[in-house]
Design a protein around this ligand. Structure first.
Ligand code: GNR
Ligand code: NI
Length: 178
């Protein structure tokens, strides 16, 4: 994936990221049937929004577009954009526990156990199908983003006790922000 194409081919706009407990984050995102100009614009805007945040991934539903589009860049240099349209996990293996955060759950970081290795099938930004094997942070990030497409957040995978503490902390944060 060439980042240059995004910087030159399309104008980009930052999109507003929804925060928990916004119910729009709980929708099931719909598959993309065709890579239209609107989808290309969404991808460019999502990449810009992710890099600006900064974050290592972003799902379209986080910017109030309930479609199955994800952008990811786990590289140090922030120059390896991965675009996933209609991503599906076709195989998993092992377990790993990594500290996760989420742009829709600001200020909360907790360890989450997920598959250590995933194989996925997806379409690229031209609609061409491809497969990808991932491990480490990329594997965790892919699973985190696919969760978003199904209306799930990483905090749903924590204990009820931690979920309660997080809800109180977020309520306090939003009171202070008013
Ligand atoms: O920026 C992000 N960092 C991160 C760290 C560990 C596991 C997953 C992530 S994704 C997150 C950006 C985000 O909210 N994507 O949906
Ligand atoms: Ni997230």
């Amino acid at each position: 994936m060439q980042n240059d194409d995004f910087l030159t081919a399309t104008s980009m706009a930052l999109r507003t990221i929804l925060h928990l407990p916004d119910p729009r984050l709980r929708r099931q995102a719909a598959p993309v049937t065709e890579v239209t100009p609107a989808i290309r614009q969404l991808i460019a805007d999502m990449a810009a929004t992710m890099y600006a945040a900064p974050g290592v991934g972003l799902a379209a539903i986080q910017v109030d577009e309930p479609v199955r589009v994800v952008v990811i860049d786990v590289s140090e240099e922030r120059n390896a954009l991965l675009v996933l349209i209609n991503p599906e996990i076709i195989a998993t293996d092992g377990e790993q526990t990594l500290e996760e955060g989420c742009l829709s759950v600001p200020g909360i970081y907790e360890p989450v156990t997920r598959a250590a290795h995933v194989k996925i099938r997806a379409r690229d930004r031209d609609g061409a199908p491809f497969e990808l094997a991932a491990d480490g942070l990329l594997a965790t990030c892919i699973q985190h983003e696919i969760d978003h497409l199904d209306g799930r957040l990483f905090v749903d995978r924590l204990s009820r006790l931690k979920q309660g503490r997080i809800r109180k902390k977020l309520e306090k944060q939003s009171r202070l922000a008013m």
